[in-house]
Design a protein around this ligand. Structure first.
Ligand SMILES: [Zn+2]
Length: 161
């Protein structure tokens, strides 16, 4: 007979399953849930036709912001997450990550890459990038001097001002 799981374990497995379904890279699912890579890989192979990507992880949100549109989209996502988790905790809550993704999809009618979403929150919370308020439109955006499309407000850029 399998060991009995506590309600917390069951919730943790449910969250892990959802993260795998949305194709969060397995080392990140492992990091967020503490579940070993092997069972996570089995789960991935059950859900998806292609095996999990083996390549290097893109390690920062900077790799996902290639234009004003992606900058604006990820800024909107971070704003939603910050509303759900206003405390300045220096870690990503996987259940709240999923809730914020669902809310974002409802508003944007588009599914965000969960890997980009994860790094956006993590980098903002870890202060690897800066969460700034635009002096012109007052919208929050992800600022970094290291990337061209992160040096100014993406919403103003989209408006062409
Ligand atoms: Zn602006």
């Amino acid at each position: 007979m399998a060991a009995l799981l506590s309600p917390e374990d069951i919730e943790n497995h449910r969250v892990a399953h959802e993260l795998v379904r949305l194709k969060l890279r397995l080392p990140l699912v492992n990091h967020l849930t503490g579940i070993h890579i092997k069972p996570l890989r089995r789960q991935w192979n059950k859900i998806h036709p292609n095996s999990p990507p083996n390549g290097r992880l893109r390690e920062s949100v900077r790799a996902f912001i290639s234009d004003s549109f992606s900058g604006a989209e990820l800024a909107s996502f971070v704003a939603i997450y910050n509303r759900l988790a206003p405390d300045v905790e220096n870690s990503v809550d996987p259940a709240l990550l999923l809730r914020a993704l669902t809310m974002h999809a409802r508003i944007a009618h588009r599914e965000l890459d969960i890997n980009a979403a994860y790094f956006a929150i993590r980098d903002v919370r870890a202060k690897i990038v800066e969460w700034r308020r635009c002096g012109r439109c007052q919208t929050g955006f992800i600022y970094s001097p290291a990337a061209f499309h992160m040096r100014s407000c993406p919403f103003c850029a989209l408006l062409g001002s």
